[in-house]
Design a binder for this molecule. Structure first.
Ligand SMILES: [Zn+2]
Length: 86
């Protein structure tokens, strides 16, 4: 994530410095922001424990039901998930 953020900061710096306002630079900034958002852990919607005491819940982005196995990412949309429960 830090590398994505570095790349985004650099790209924004360059586009400002050279006053680049074309669609390609805008799209690249949007794509990098998407990657940063996906790599930033987001809490599950409505976390609960299923019948086997496995922590479960729903992806906050696409709504796919998730079970806490070894996967830190939603298998559907790729969002990184935060499994902590308060
Ligand atoms: Zn998802």
């Amino acid at each position: 994530m830090d590398k994505y953020q570095e790349a985004l900061d650099y790209l924004e710096c360059i586009t400002k410095a050279f006053n680049v306002t074309n669609d390609i630079s805008k799209l690249s900034i949007e794509n990098l922001q998407d990657l940063i958002d996906k790599a930033t852990p987001k809490k599950l919607t409505e976390p609960y424990f299923d019948g086997y005491e496995v922590l479960s819940g729903y992806c906050p982005i696409c709504g796919l039901e998730q079970e806490h196995m070894n996967d830190d990412y939603c298998v559907d949309c790729g969002q990184r998930l935060d499994w902590s429960v308060e």
